[in-house]
Design a protein around this ligand. Structure first.
Ligand SMILES: [Zn+2]
Length: 192
């Protein structure tokens, strides 16, 4: 990517609009760095679809909306629609949704075993475990404050594929936009 284009995108991520949750920044970093093809995030305040669309288009992306104030964002419109379709499916779709959103297959399998209705309790349980060294960057307990470098619940506090995803995000062109605490955790954990 051209240097100026990267700088411009960084600027958008560093001054996000009110409707974007802090936790959405990590999703957008994954998307813009090419780590994941499509993301899904909840919009947190009153918004107009056109304002969201306009901001997302500045990132070179498209978005779709569902009825629960979630938006799905991707560079490819068909991927947005696919995620909405999966999400609307009344059948069990945890695995299909996790795969489509580009989460590691080990974590997707774990989430499917737990089931969508228990996922919040499971996130609390996984978040209460001890994360050693560099694995602190995948601790989901800081997710809402933007202090996790992944946006899924890792299958374990030592999930290598989640760590690889987190490191890729932190070292990539938009790593600078992630919470500074994450960079400290990664740096301080290197020797462990
Ligand atoms: Zn995993």
């Amino acid at each position: 990517m051209h240097h100026d284009a990267t700088a411009r995108l960084r600027h958008y991520l560093l001054s996000p609009p009110d409707w974007l949750k802090s936790s959405a920044i990590v999703d957008l970093v994954h998307l813009l760095s090419g780590i994941r093809p499509v993301i899904r995030t909840e919009i947190q305040s009153q918004y107009r679809e056109n304002d969201v669309r306009r901001w997302v288009s500045r990132l070179g992306c498209y978005c779709c909306f569902d009825d629960d104030a979630f938006t799905v964002i991707s560079r490819t419109p068909i991927l947005c629609r696919r995620v909405l379709t999966i999400d609307r499916d009344p059948m069990e779709h945890t695995k299909a949704l996790g795969c489509a959103l580009g989460y590691p297959s080990c974590c997707v399998r774990a989430a499917a075993r737990i089931g969508e209705e228990n996922i919040d309790d499971w996130a609390t349980e996984i978040g209460s475990k001890l994360y050693l060294g560099r694995f602190k960057v995948i601790d989901p307990s800081g997710y809402l404050q933007g202090k996790s470098a992944v946006s899924h619940v890792p299958c374990s506090p030592r999930c290598q594929r989640s760590l690889a995803m987190a490191v890729q995000a932190l070292h990539g062109p938009f790593g600078y936009c992630l919470h500074e605490e994450l960079h400290r955790r990664l740096a301080s954990g290197i020797r462990l």
